[in-house]
Design a protein around this ligand. Structure first.
Ligand code: PMP
Ligand code: GLN
Length: 388
């Protein structure tokens, strides 16, 4: 968690957003929408505040929100969870993931993640005192794909937890049923617990999102994490959740109560409304359609500018290789990009472990987000085309 000189390290998102602010460059770094979610949902939160929903809510989350989450899992995926014992509301997916890793692992345990990986995973595995191992996702003509053989090879007798993420940040890969079946086989064969980060579950473009908990034998060993931030474009509300077997959820709750105790009272009724209101769910469908167009706009623009681009099937993000533009190192390329092109991206190295084969393989790659207004993306594409 510290730099080599011992100073505290800012996350890559904070560093790159500060760079955008300082230089006035277009910020395609940190993934957050520049248009808010549905107005009636925002109004539900403000109504709740004015109606006095401002004190500590129940520790596990309000009953209507836990019920709405359980209903979402059943109607969307056929997953049955008991809203009283198998659902926990958290302060964003970030807290759910941290609490799960702290609850389930400790010194001597290995936690196996995909690589590249969302940056908080490495930090919370370190906080738990556990050891981080990885299996690579690699660029192919068919998108970033998981090397399942490497995944199985990375399992040791000390592996306790498989920490999955699909749709995947930063690659935009959506793991296919066949990939997930192979992962599930490994989890069952080695009796692993699984925590799966599915915050982008709704943000898929013409492909199916398969929750790993729906595969045979997996619900009993899997904690599924999601969040309202990405689905409803309210990333600052920080209402997330975890669902799964009662004893695993109870373990996560034990940690959560000493991290934040409870989570944002007035946002909980608003998210409960969003998850159950057909109009809010239709709004999400519209978001997905527009994101697919914006993905194409940015991907084509990056390609025209000279990047090698792997088209993502989900999330907010596209990965682009800047090697053909003369990049030797993505971090340096991204630090120079505001001056060269007036655009900010995030080096993919920030999602890898220093010195790993994936770190080296993706050394010149950059992550750009397309969850920005179309005019912003058009401006970015124009700037990139004329800069290179
Ligand atoms: N997991 C992934 C893969 C993410 O991209 C993000 C958000 N950026 C999170 C977790 C955190 O979600 P939240 O804001 O709900 O804590
Ligand atoms: N999840 C978003 C991203 O990957 C933002 C996360 C953050 O700022 N911590 O860009």
């Amino acid at each position: 968690l510290l730099d080599a000189d011992g100073s505290a390290r800012a996350t890559i998102f904070a560093e790159m957003s500060a760079l955008a602010t300082r230089t006035g460059a277009l910020n395609l770094g940190q993934g957050f929408p520049d248009v808010d979610g549905p107005e009636p949902v925002a109004r539900a939160a403000s109504d709740a505040i004015l109606a006095g929903v401002n004190q500590y809510p129940p520790g596990p989350g309000t009953a209507p929100l836990r019920q709405a989450i359980a209903t979402h899992q059943r109607t969307r995926y056929g997953l049955e969870v008991d809203p009283d014992t198998e659902v926990l509301v958290t302060t964003g997916a970030t807290e759910a993931l941290a609490s799960a890793v702290l609850a389930l692992t400790g010194p001597g345990d290995e936690v196996l993640t995909l690589e590249p990986y969302y940056d908080s995973y490495a930090a919370v595995i370190a906080m738990a005192g556990a050891t981080h191992t990885t299996a690579p996702l690699r660029p192919t003509p068919d998108g970033f794909r998981l090397d399942v053989v490497a995944l199985e090879r990375a399992v040791t007798p000390r592996t306790r937890l498989l920490l999955l993420n699909s749709p995947h940040n930063p690659t935009g890969a959506v793991l296919r049923r066949s990939e997930l079946e192979a992962v599930a086989l490994v989890a069952r064969a080695h009796d692993l617990l699984v925590v799966t980060d599915e915050v982008y579950e709704h943000l898929v473009f013409g492909v199916e999102h398969v929750p790993v908990a729906t595969l045979p034998g997996m619900a009993a060993r899997t904690l599924t994490v999601s969040s309202s931030g990405k689905t409803f474009s309210f990333t600052g509300w920080k209402i997330g959740w975890v669902t799964g077997p009662a004893e695993l959820v109870a373990a996560v709750r034990t940690i959560k109560q000493f991290l934040t105790y409870v989570s944002g009272a007035p946002f909980q009724p608003a998210v409960a409304q969003a998850l159950t209101d057909p109009a809010a769910l239709a709004w999400v469908d519209g978001l997905v359609a527009s994101l697919a167009e914006r993905r194409d706009l940015l991907s084509e623009g990056l390609r025209d500018a000279g990047f090698d681009v792997v088209r993502p099937d989900g999330t907010y993000f596209v990965l682009a290789d800047a090697a053909a533009l003369g990049a030797v190192d993505g971090a340096t390329f991204c630090r120079d990009l505001p001056a060269r092109a007036g655009v900010v991206g995030v080096p993919v190295g920030a999602f890898t472990r220093a010195g790993s084969p994936t770190h080296d393989a993706l050394r010149t790659w950059v992550r750009f987000t397309f969850v920005k207004r179309q005019d912003v993306l058009e401006d970015a594409v124009t700037r990139l085309r004329s800069a290179f």
